[in-house]
Design a protein. Structure first.
Length: 347
């Protein structure tokens, strides 16, 4: 069974398992787990920030980040296709009392900068305070495109002008760096905080990190505690994250190459609609309707040994990762082609 549903399905490597088994641990609640400290220091250094905080998931990381930036009632500007809005159970609104100000995401995941500027609230009675601007890089629901560095710089400049922090949901920010051919620190310099996942493209079994200034991360520790994240001997899982950061980053272009092959192969199949320009990393989103309804296509793929995700009106999704090789890509294309070849050709 080929699993192309997500890069979250990856299993830890042998090196990760060995590191977890031999990890030196302490009580992280007391700041005494040396493996967690090492992971946080490495993450902060790689992203060019002062400090980092280990959390158990990307959803927790984004929630902690927003709880730290915002007070109750503060408004958060974000895209209408962003992960925080779609897939995080409204946590920032439910637990932080934050209303979302949704702006349209462009085809490539950007927010219109002038609309961002005009959406920042003036200080007057009746208006909520604008607490943060959220962006996503790479952008999941838009098909994995990256945000250009000059765009990020201009967005950050707007935030600084109005005193509004910019938070990046960088679940796959290492993919963005690989796609742009830059260091991840060159991306992170243009935002005030970043959440990134160890469990997606980097293949660790558990964990994400929030990075930012030392003062911000100190406050984020309290936010993590509020949402139940008092970690103990968490070096056991942090050890896998260290291996991930040290061994899985350089291989990401392989996933991107395979995603490009997958996307171009799908584009050549009658009945598939795909925007090849948005396929810039390891995410491939495409449509099979009206030829084959998406649920029916997903079911047929599964029955033929290939797992994919149904993205509703967005289409269906496949992601490449280290457990998917070239042969797997060709097999997935063969299965998709066979399924769509069964569709009757209109007279």
């Amino acid at each position: 069974m080929l699993d192309l549903r997500s890069d979250t399905v990856t299993h830890p490597t042998d090196a990760m398992r060995a590191a977890m088994a031999s990890a030196v641990v302490g009580d992280d609640q007391y700041g005494e787990d040396p493996t967690v400290r090492e992971l946080e220091e490495l993450a902060a250094r790689m992203l060019g920030k002062e400090a980092a905080l280990f959390v158990v998931s990307g959803t927790m990381g984004n929630l902690v980040a927003l709880l730290t930036h915002c007070g109750r009632g503060d408004e958060v500007i974000m895209g209408d296709e962003c992960h925080i809005f779609w897939y995080e159970s409204g946590g920032a609104a439910a637990l932080g009392g934050m209303p979302f100000n949704l702006l349209p995401n462009s085809r490539f995941g950007e927010l219109d900068l002038e609309r961002v500027r005009k959406s920042i609230r003036a200080i007057r009675p009746g208006y909520p305070r604008t607490g943060a601007i959220c962006i996503e890089d790479t952008h999941n629901r838009c098909g994995g495109p990256t945000l250009a560095l000059d765009y990020l710089a201009e967005l950050h400049s707007i935030g600084q002008q109005f005193g509004v922090p910019v938070h990046m949901d960088g679940a796959r920010v290492f993919n963005a760096a690989a796609a742009l051919g830059v260091s991840v620190a060159e991306i992170a310099q243009h935002v005030d905080s970043v959440q990134f996942c160890l469990t997606k493209c980097l293949a660790a079994p558990v964990g994400s990190l929030v990075v930012g200034s030392a003062e911000y991360i100190q406050r984020a520790c309290a936010s993590r505690k509020i949402v139940g994240g008092a970690l103990r001997q968490s070096g056991v899982i942090a050890a896998a994250g260290l291996v991930a950061l040290r061994t899985m980053v350089e291989r990401l272009p392989e996933d991107h190459r395979r995603a490009r092959r997958l996307a171009e192969g799908l584009a050549a199949i009658d009945g598939v609609t795909i925007d090849l320009e948005t396929v810039q990393s390891n995410i491939v989103i495409f449509k099979t309707e009206p030829a084959v309804e998406h649920v029916a296509f997903q079911t047929a793929m599964r029955e033929n040994g290939v797992l994919i995700s149904n993205y509703g009106t967005r289409g269906v999704r496949m992601l490449t990762h280290y457990m998917i090789d070239d042969a797997a890509i060709e097999r997935a294309l063969d299965v998709a082609s066979t399924i769509l070849a069964r569709v009757p050709v209109p007279a």
